[in-house]
Design a protein around this ligand. Structure first.
Ligand SMILES: N[C@@H](CCC(=O)N[C@@H](CS)C(=O)NCC(=O)O)C(=O)O
Ligand SMILES: [Fe+2]
Length: 357
């Protein structure tokens, strides 16, 4: 069984792919994006996977890879093409190699043309191929910079991608219209640049006249990607909360665990967003918690002290998750949700005011 997710970065229109072997929990990410590393860590952890590899299809020109950051956070190893010229990888790949994840593997194919170091990764059963920018849906990567060559790309696609079974699904590195997947059979018929009816000369002519502006991030992205996404200076990450050991969920919520709150209650303000009858009901409430029901929170946000971090609380952790969203919108920066709410707080036998045993 394969765990498979297609993730999107809206800034650069990049797809990141998570593949996991359900039997052994070993996983890999293809083309992670630097700014999305936190999201990717959350998903890997929530699915109970262990990230063995991050793979690059090539040295990207439009965004910085998350490979280095993910290695720091999850201990994954970085692999990309030897021909990419990148420094700092754990493995430099050549055509024909296999990347194992648990009982599954990807086969490495060299598909240069967009760049010299472009690789496509074919799933062991040939039902999926991750083509990077070699084949896009009804398109292909540009060939006007980074060692690009239209002739080389044409041959790569014909020999390495279109030789796969017709039903093999194509997953590209980008799509600028929101299309998600195609297949070998479909692209052979309908790709306006690369369909079987298009000759090499026609393709070269097409690619010489794309007339695209260079990617906006190119000058920063290429040098960073040649270091596998390692930032030039390892500055403290300003957007990483440091007031408590918070967990970021794939749902996009910062959470705090009951054990930390119990020890540090005096350093934060606890905002309980349940209704008054629940606050005074059988579950009780945490000592010092201020009652502001969720429905009144936006209007009463002014009452909350911006100088202290806020922990929101409710019965199960659901309404208080929404409360963190409202408080962030109201301008509070240091906000976290009490994971599991009063139910988990009580289950872990922490003290309450009021309530029944
Ligand atoms: N506007 C985008 C341009 C992105 C771009 O040029 N993408 C490359 C892949 S790195 C490409 O080959 N695009 C093909 C196309 O747009 O048809 C940006 O600034 O990032
Ligand atoms: Fe690219």
């Amino acid at each position: 069984m394969l765990t498979f997710r297609q993730l999107f970065d809206p800034q650069s229109s990049t797809y990141t792919y998570l593949l996991g072997d359900a039997a052994t929990r070993q996983a890999l990410l293809i083309d992670p994006v630097f700014e999305q590393a936190r999201r990717d860590v959350a998903l890997v952890e929530e699915l109970g996977l262990r990230l063995a590899w991050t793979l690059e299809t090539h040295v990207h020109a439009d965004h910085v890879t998350g490979a280095w950051l993910l290695r720091e956070r999850l201990g994954s190893r970085i692999a990309l093409a030897r021909a990419s010229g990148a420094q700092g990888a754990d493995r430099l790949l050549e055509a024909g190699e296999r990347i194992e994840f648990g009982k599954r593997h990807l086969e490495v194919r060299a598909t240069p043309g967009h760049t010299d170091g472009c690789l496509s990764y074919v799933l062991d059963d040939r039902t999926m191929v991750f083509t990077g920018d070699a084949v896009l849906i009804r398109g292909c990567g540009r060939t006007d910079f980074q060692q690009g060559s239209a002739r080389t790309l044409y041959r790569s696609v014909r020999e390495q991608v279109f030789s796969l079974p017709e039903g093999c699904l194509i997953y590209p590195a980008h799509d600028y219209r929101g299309l998600t997947a195609s297949s070998v059979g479909e692209e052979k018929l309908y790709n306006p640049r690369l369909a079987e009816s298009v000759g090499e000369g026609d393709f070269v002519g097409y690619m010489e006249h794309l007339g695209l502006a260079h990617p906006k991030q190119m000058d920063a992205a290429v040098p960073a990607n040649l270091q596998c996404g390692r930032p030039a200076e390892e500055r403290a990450r300003a957007d990483e909360p440091d007031w408590a050991p918070l967990t970021y969920t794939f749902a996009g919520i910062w959470e705090i665990q009951p054990g930390w709150l119990e020890e540090h209650a005096r350093e934060v303000q606890i905002v309980d967003v349940r209704e008054a009858d629940e606050f005074n009901g059988p579950l009780g409430h945490i000592e010092g918690a201020r009652l502001v029901p969720l429905g009144a929170l936006a209007a009463r946000a002014k009452e909350i002290d911006a100088a202290l971090p806020i922990v929101t609380v409710c019965r199960s952790g659901a309404r208080s998750a929404q409360a963190t969203v409202l408080l962030k919108k109201a301008g509070f920066e240091r906000v976290a949700n009490l994971s599991g709410g009063m139910l988990r707080w009580r289950a872990q036998r922490y003290a309450v005011e009021g309530g029944t045993e």
